[in-house]
Structures are given as C-alpha cells and as structure tokens.
Design a protein around this ligand. Structure first.
Ligand code: GDG
Length: 472
C-alpha cells in the first residue's frame, strides 16, 4: 500500500523540556490543521524537527517513540545546525531575499553548507521511511533542495513541493550565489505549488533565464522530466474560527474588553514580529490619522498584538526596539487620562482571546510589505458573524489576489493608509455587510481542506501524466 509522507522544518507538535519532564504541545497552526487528516491516516507520517535540542540518546529514543504513536518522525537538529541552517541560511539569506529585503540578506558559505547538510539529513530521514510508490509532500523555503535529493534516491516516488512565502522576481533570485542549485533542488518535484499566479510566473521566468528550461501552460520541460507548476492559494479552517468566535468564552472576553474600552472603537493589528509585516509603517499611518482627523482622538484605539519571533536574528531585535519607541512616542503625545491610543502586546494569546479580538474590532489592518498569503486576514473574516467590520489589506499580501472586497492599499503609502482607516471608520453598515458577505463566501469555500485536496489531487494527476509521457 502506498503512503503519504509530509515533510516540513517543524513538526506539528512541539516538544518542550521542563525541569523534570517533557511535554508534547500540538501546534494550532493552519498547516497542522489542514494536513491533520492526511498524516494521521493509517501508515502516513509527518517528518520534521520537534523544536528542542537533545543530547542524550535515551531521551532521543523516548521522544521518537512518543511521536511515532501520533504518526510523526523527528529529525533532531543540533544547536550549530539551527544557528547556521535555520537562523543563518533560511532566515538571514532566503527569507529576506524572497521578501524583497535584499539589504538584510547575508551570503555566508558556511550557512549554505549547513543548509545542504540539513536538507541531506531530512532526506535520509525520509528515505528511511519511504517506499518506491510513496507520495512525499515537502513544505517551504527551509527545504528547497530536498525534492531533488529525494528524486535521485527514489526516482519513482511522487514528490510535491509547496512554497509558503512569495517567490520573488528573477532580479532578486539572480543575486543569490546558489541560485541554480536552489532552483534545481525544487525541480526534483513532480508538482510545485505557490500561493499566487504571480509567484508562479516569477518562478517560471527564473527557471527559464537561469537554467534555460522553457515552459508552456505551467509545464516545465527539464532534460529528464516534466514538472508541473500551479497556484494553490492556502485557506483556513473556516468553521473553527467561526465556531470559536461564536463561543461563550469568546463572547465573555469580548464583553470584558468592551467594558474596559467603553465606547472607544477598535482597529486591530496581529502579526509575528517581522520586518516583512509593515508594523512600523502601520504605526506611522495611525499617527497620521490622529493628526489629520482630530475627531478620532479619544474615539478610536489601535490594539496591536506582536507575537515574538526569531529574536536571535539581529534585524528582529532592532525592529522590536523601533516598535517600542514608536508606540511610546505616539502614546505619550496623544494619550489622555481616560484614553490610550495604542494598546500594544508583545506576546501570544490563546485562540479564544484572539477570536474575541476579531469579534471586537471594527477594522483589521493587514498591511505587510510582502506576505506569501496572510492567514490573519482570512481569520478576521471568518470570525465576523454579524458581517460588520472592514478589512484593510496590503496589495502585496498574497491574500489580496482573492480578497478584492477588502480596502486594498499600498502599505508604503502612509497617507493612503491613514485615509483608508478613516474610510473604514465611516463606511456605512450596508456597504460593510455587502463586502463582508462576499469575502466570507470566498474564504468559507476555499478553506484549508479544499486547499489540501486540490494539491493532492493535482499531485496524483501530475504523476499519471509523467507516466503517460514516459510510455509514449
Ligand atoms: C507563513 C507566510 C502564509 C498570530 N498571533 C497569535 C496567533 N497567530 C496566528 C494567526 C495565524 C498565524 O499565527 C500567522 O499566519 P500568517 O499567514 O499571517 O503568517 P506567517 O506566520 O508569516 O506564515 C504567510 C503562511 O505561512 C501560510 O502559508 O500565509 O504569508 O509568511 O494563523 O492566527 N495565534 C494564537 N495567538 C496569537 O497571539 N493562538
């Protein structure tokens, strides 16, 4: 019987070490939910790093056995590997380059070597499990070389690859010293998926200009094989957000917050700490709103959640300081005894509280400089039972391709963003409902389960096509 193997940098369960014991904490992330129904099926497995360093072989054995019971296979990484492969090549070379922040990118040979070695380590872990007829679905920018490594060892396997971040223009990719190896690595797959057609077009162009392989209708001819490329915009577990937002607990939290805020209207902002998310620009735009429209002072507050992330990387620490300063400056200038312009939280919240904030907010600001998709935009939409509320969305988030009923803005245009906030705050209810209803029907239909099925169906199709071409 053929099986499906999911591979990603992190497992959908995080293992934490406390003083005397280990805890296994399942992730609530979108990917874990979407692929949950696949990897838990009999015989299937998810391969990835469990999130902690292990030196004791007995402990390694214990963790492996525990994870195995829930269809997971760990790849253990050392501290040096996390430093050079993860913080180094993945997050200091690929992440900035793929998000058009090349000024932040470093090009270290040692980081590249660690990246190759860790992709090889993942390859060995998958090969220990994979038979010749199996289907392997590899995820994201940390594992760009893995499809080709697997292909060499298992030529008959069905291999899919999905990139969760943008694929940038050829002009960005050509800067990377290891550009050809990275593209060749991805081309080991039978099917390569992106969030949008724009990213797919950039990929086809890079492959053609750097490797000389032509393509037609999303089908690349390499000297040895045909590779299909397509767009699969990722969705969320709509029902989960809808139900959680309607739960008694979410309503209770909302009532509590409402009481504390009195009549003040709420604009919401939720992100991981990342320079790609446009957090500082958003704060400046909120300041412009307060300057230009004094009537909103004491009437509107910005609730801003920033979830700690990658604070070992220098630019992230600097961004944190910039945000602290901006919030401090704006609050000290405009606050009154009874009103706080910005409520800023640097920590993560449980889902029920997140849902109550989605309920509470009249406006959501999702204004990244670049974002592969952005799931916060979709979660806000799913949480709006009464269909009131306005989404302000950056034209450079993948989600903007689908969510055209949002107010679409250019996140570097501070004036436009401030005007969009004003427009959202005065938007008639009828228009809000009209827009939100359209957004909801789209996000409900193209949920994460539809996304998974679409990709898996297309992957099986790509293999059948490959076999037909081979016998012709
Ligand atoms: C990458 C790509 C692409 C946030 N704060 C809390 C919390 N969150 C959850 C949100 C959302 C998730 O984190 C963030 O997902 P995004 O899609 O917005 O962004 P990335 O983490 O950068 O993800 C992105 C995604 O992959 C999928 O392909 O869309 O473009 O960069 O689900 O709700 N969750 C909880 N508490 C918080 O405080 N529980």
């Amino acid at each position: 019987m053929s099986r499906t193997i999911i591979v990603s940098n992190r497992l959908p369960t995080k293992v934490l070490r406390t003083e005397e014991s280990l805890t296994f904490q399942p992730s609530e992330g979108g990917l874990a939910t979407g692929l949950g129904s696949i990897y838990r099926e009999k015989g299937n497995v998810w391969v990835g790093w469990p999130g902690l360093f292990v030196e004791d072989p007995a402990e390694e054995q214990h963790i492996t056995e525990q994870l195995q019971q829930d269809s997971m296979a760990p790849v253990f990484l050392t501290e040096a590997e996390i430093r050079d492969f993860y913080e180094g090549f993945s997050n200091s070379t690929l992440w900035p380059t793929f998000h058009y922040f090349s000024q932040y990118a470093t090009y270290e040979q040692a980081h590249w070597e660690a990246y190759v070695a860790v992709n090889e380590k993942f390859c060995q872990a998958v090969l220990a499990l994979a038979g010749p007829d199996d289907t392997i679905w590899v995820h994201d920018y940390q594992l760009l070389l893995l499809p080709e490594m697997l292909r060499r060892a298992r030529p008959e396997c069905t291999i899919g690859f999905f990139l969760h971040i943008p694929f940038p223009s050829y002009e960005m990719i050509r800067v990377l010293p290891w550009r050809a190896e990275l593209l060749q690595g991805m081309l080991g797959a039978d099917l390569i998926g992106f969030h949008t057609f724009g990213y797919m077009r950039h990929f086809l162009s890079a492959v053609s200009q750097l490797l000389g392989y032509s393509s037609q209708n999303g089908q690349i001819e390499t000297p040895s094989r045909t590779v299909l490329v397509d767009a699969f915009p990722m969705g969320i577990d709509y029902q989960r957000y809808e139900t959680t937002a309607a739960s008694a607990e979410a309503k209770r939290h909302e009532a509590e917050y409402r009481e504390a805020l009195r009549e003040v209207r709420v604009i919401l902002s939720i992100d991981r700490l990342d320079y790609t998310k446009g957090i500082a620009q958003r704060l400046r735009a909120f300041e412009v709103l307060l300057q230009r429209y004094p009537e909103w002072r004491e009437q509107v507050s910005l609730i801003m959640l920033v979830v700690p992330s990658r604070d070992q990387v220098a630019q992230y620490a600097a961004l944190k300081e910039e945000i602290d300063e901006l919030v401090g400056r704006i609050n000290s200038q405009y606050r009154t005894i009874t009103w706080n312009p910005i409520h800023y939280f640097y920590r993560s919240f449980p889902l029920e509280e997140l849902s109550s904030l989605y309920r509470l907010a009249e406006v959501a600001l999702v204004t990244p400089m670049r974002d592969g998709m952005n799931l916060v935009a979709k979660e806000f939409i799913a949480s709006k039972a009464d269909q009131r509320g306005v989404l302000i969305l950056s034209e450079r988030a993948g989600a903007a391709r689908e969510l055209s009923d949002a107010i679409i803005i250019n996140p570097t245009d501070t004036n436009q963003l401030a005007e969009a906030m004003h427009e959202a705050l005065v938007m008639p209810e009828e228009e809000q409902v009209q827009r939100m209803a359209a957004l909801q029907s789209l996000v409900r239909q193209y949920n994460v389960f539809a996304w998974t099925k679409l990709f898996m169906d297309r992957l099986q199709y790509s293999k059948i096509k490959q076999l037909t071409l081979a016998t012709e």
